[in-house]
Design a binder for this molecule. Structure first.
Ligand code: ZN
Ligand code: ZN
Length: 546
């Protein structure tokens, strides 16, 4: 009797001793990287009282939130953001210098993930001719695969092609993005597979998009309660084509025809719900989080960006979109609990860039804000080369606030490239709207350690970038007096949420300054794998249980 009692005590003690050790050492079975396209940090605080307890607030209160996390390069665009989050480095290393840019070698403008070597999988269209071939470094997903001898699954999904492809990188099992118009299909590329898996075909045939598009977009709550936003009808917001005014309710069903039929779902909150539906279908269809290996899923919610572009920062539409997204997230987290298990997953949530308040709106409040006329700017540059070098053929391309010079032409005229570039950098300062200008040579020979010039340098890729770089005034956009955009190195574009949650993550928050490139090394450290091969970020120690 005594012996049995003694043994039971030992067993109990062993149990108690082993349990905490197990939870600390156990790797997550699934890592989920969530990117909310164009989400400003202050959308967490601005609408805080309106969020439920199971969405944003659940991971804020039980995870680790970085309150002062920023992008550290220019330009803050979607492709660049997604690449930087998952590679842990900046365009200077990973090579994705914008969404579209002028390819110096091909001598034409290209789109970040276009690749004619591959075909669409899922329909007869061309929207699947994509690959991550312009991304020059590895992602967390690639490193996870290498560390597990290519076991475990890594999958990227989004409505946008670039937001599905770039996060998972080169060795992904799959990436899926949404082809709207009359297709209404999540597609992929032959880069990944020959045929869609049955569960994707089933999802496509299920035709959930149609169901969503047949409902009007009305505010989730009484419109009078949207006190964080401007009045519904104002001059700073765009309209869905066919609408008389930018107001609620929006008769989505009857607006489909004029707005690319199924493509309209991308630009309404239902696009996020639809993305969450597909994320859940992916986890079930691929059995993610169920094997002995760690799987990785990236989910990018893109409708927030289309909506932000159309209506801007202070719109009821934007507030309503985030309140609805909060519910979609609550449902997704709940799904992860039951499907994968509460302690079995780690997730992080961030954004690919933020956004500025519409300059026209800021101007109405007497805050300095500007529109730069790109046509006049191009003409000004040509006038300058004509004036100093008697030629209008020295410029190959002007895009993304960069000038690409024609090196052959400059040489044939007996001119010196660096001198021409410096002359242009000096002269463009006379164009109203240009606030700073610098040459590529200066970026190659000077180290800027902080501020806007450091961001410019991190965005500069010696192989792919232009010869002269400009920075506009704060709160400047090139076009669009309605809605808004992004792309600068100013804090309204760089300040985004980073929230870690789940297995291996501490509870807490920090106002220390972090950079977006710190996410990948932190997740790599948590998984005890090598960080992506171009990583220049650091491990966010205070967020991790050790
Ligand atoms: Zn974006
Ligand atoms: Zn955008």
């Amino acid at each position: 009797m005594k012996k049995i009692f003694f043994l039971s005590i030992i067993t109990l003690l062993t149990l108690f001793e082993c349990k905490p050790k197990e939870t600390i050492n156990k790797k997550p079975k699934l890592v989920v990287g969530i990117v909310i396209d164009q989400m400003r940090y202050d959308y967490l605080t601005r609408y805080a009282d309106r969020y439920g307890k199971d969405g944003f607030n659940r991971i804020l209160n039980n995870g680790f939130s970085l309150e002062n996390a920023h992008y550290n390069y220019i330009p803050t665009y979607t492709a660049v953001g997604h690449a930087s989050i998952f590679t842990g480095t900046t365009p200077s290393n990973h090579g994705i210098i914008s969404n579209n840019w002028y390819d110096k070698l091909l001598k034409k403008s290209i789109y970040c993930v276009d690749d004619n070597n591959y075909k669409t999988v899922g329909n007869k269209g061309v929207y699947g001719q994509k690959s991550p071939s312009r991304l020059y470094t590895t992602t967390i997903a690639d490193q996870l695969h290498l560390s597990q001898n290519m076991q475990g699954k890594t999958i990227g999904i989004s409505i946008k092609d670039r937001s599905a492809i770039l996060p998972v990188g080169h060795t992904a099992n799959a990436a899926y993005w949404y082809d709207g118009d009359d297709y209404n299909t999540f597609v992929s590329s032959t880069f990944y597979m020959k045929n869609l898996p049955k569960w994707v075909k089933d999802f496509n045939e299920n035709n959930k998009a149609d169901e969503y598009l047949n409902q009007p977009w009305e505010t989730l709550y009484d419109i009078k309660t949207y006190t964080q936003s401007r009045s519904d009808n104002n001059i700073f917001e765009g309209k869905i084509r066919g609408q008389e005014s930018p107001t609620f309710p929006k008769d989505i069903k009857n607006l489909r025809e004029k707005n690319g039929n199924f493509s309209l779902i991308k630009t309404i909150p239902a696009g996020n719900t639809f993305t969450a539906d597909f994320a859940k279908a992916t986890i079930i269809g691929e059995n993610l989080g169920k094997s002995e290996y760690t799987d990785l899923l990236t989910v990018s919610f893109s409708s927030t960006d289309y909506i932000g572009h159309r209506y801007g920062v202070a719109a009821i539409e934007t507030e309503d979109t985030y309140l609805r997204l909060d519910k979609d997230l609550a449902g997704f987290f709940q799904f992860l609990d039951t499907q994968v298990g509460k302690d079995n997953y780690t997730l992080f949530l961030t954004a690919d860039h933020a956004a500025v308040h519409a300059p026209s709106y800021l101007q109405s409040l007497k805050i300095p804000a500007h529109y730069l006329d790109i046509k006049k700017f191009r003409a000004f540059i040509l006038e300058t080369t004509k004036k100093y070098y008697n030629s209008t053929e020295l410029i190959e391309n002007v895009s993304n606030y960069q000038i690409f010079l024609d090196k052959d032409k400059i040489e044939s005229l007996g001119l010196n490239l660096n001198n021409v570039a410096q002359k242009l950098a000096d002269e463009v300062m006379n164009f109203n709207g240009v606030y700073k200008a610098v040459t590529a040579r200066t970026l190659q020979t000077t180290t800027f350690t902080d501020g806007i010039m450091n961001s410019l340098q991190n965005g500069y890729n010696q192989k792919f970038s232009g010869d002269v770089f400009m920075v506009p005034y704060p709160a400047t956009l090139i076009s669009g007096r309605k809605g808004t955009s992004h792309g600068s190195g100013y804090s309204y574009d760089t300040h985004v949420p980073i929230i870690f949650y789940g297995n291996g993550i501490k509870k807490g928050r920090s106002s220390n300054k972090y950079e977006i490139i710190d996410i990948a090394p932190t997740i790599s450290n948590l998984l005890q794998i090598e960080a992506p091969n171009g990583t220049s970020g650091k491990v966010i120690e205070e967020a991790l249980k050790k």
